[in-house]
Design a protein around this ligand. Structure first.
Ligand code: F6R
Length: 257
């Protein structure tokens, strides 16, 4: 695992946008796995800014969502498909036909279909991930099987409280459909972004704790190519912070994506 402690939240977005820009330059039809939530918002905005500044079209890129709430009306603006269409695809000039998400209205068939859609696309080149303050990855809450596939899950009280700002005046849904940890592990490159002190304990458990279903994000330790970009708040709980800094600083440029 490549752990990269950075100076600020905007440095996290800059580096993530740099990695994504390098990927889509190499592979204009790249398959990107997109997380929603607050953390990657600056990265998507920075990626759009770079693409438009360079006159680069991202029209060939395909997007696959990690998860979706169960029980929202079609087109509900808080739904993750609606969010990705509005906040990622549109600013990047990616057609809605290139955006795929789990469809909770047709469970359980849609779970297997979603897995198939990912593999028919050739698999995910790079999966952007956030981390829950309880250590969830996607919406695989603590206790999730480390080899799980796309399915329905129940959100913890903590996650529902963390996400309440996205549902002003109404309840956060209790259930979600999420890629499993086994599904996520099949992406060729995992890019975890974490910012803010509220993520420090989860990041420390994921990076330096034991591999355990109690911290689903610890599955990153199993992946041959996982990059973790952290701002100072999120990196606060790491014991080997200086080692990570030194290792990253010593890496030649060509090894950095
Ligand atoms: C979102 C997702 C979640 C979030 C996590 C962090 O698609 O799968 O795992 O990445 O809950 O959310 P934020 O970034 O809002 O703190």
């Amino acid at each position: 695992m490549e752990v990269v402690p950075l100076d600020s939240e905007s440095a996290v977005a800059d580096m993530a946008a740099g990695l994504l820009t390098a990927l889509v330059s190499r592979r204009p039809d790249a398959v990107l796995g997109v997380a929603t939530g607050r953390t990657p918002q600056r990265t998507y905005a920075e990626l759009a800014r770079r693409a438009s500044g360079a006159g680069r079209s991202l029209a060939g890129v395909r997007l696959f969502l990690l998860d979706e709430y169960v029980g929202l009306a079609e087109g509900d603006p808080a739904g993750y498909l609606a969010t990705v269409l509005r906040e990622v695809a549109e600013p990047l000039g990616i057609s809605p036909d290139h955006v795929h998400g789990p469809d909770p209205s047709r469970l359980p068939e849609s779970a297997e279909e979603y897995e198939r859609a990912i593999s028919d696309a050739g698999g995910i080149d790079l999966q952007i991930l956030g981390i829950g303050s309880d250590g969830h990855l996607g919406f695989n809450e603590p206790g999730s099987s480390l080899t799980s596939r796309t399915r329905i899950k129940t959100l913890t009280r903590r996650t529902r409280a963390d996400n309440s700002a996205f549902f002003p005046g109404r309840e956060v849904p209790r259930h979600v459909m999420t890629q499993g940890l086994g599904t996520i592990l099949e992406a060729r490159h995992l890019l975890l972004l974490a910012t803010g002190e509220s993520k420090a304990d989860a990041v420390a458990a994921a990076v330096e704790g034991p591999l355990s279903a109690s911290c689903p994000a610890s599955v990153l330790q199993l992946h041959p190519h996982a990059t973790v970009l952290l701002d100072p708040g999120a990196a606060r709980g790491l014991r080997r912070l200086d080692d990570y800094r030194e290792t990253w600083a010593g890496k030649p440029e060509w090894q950095r994506d």
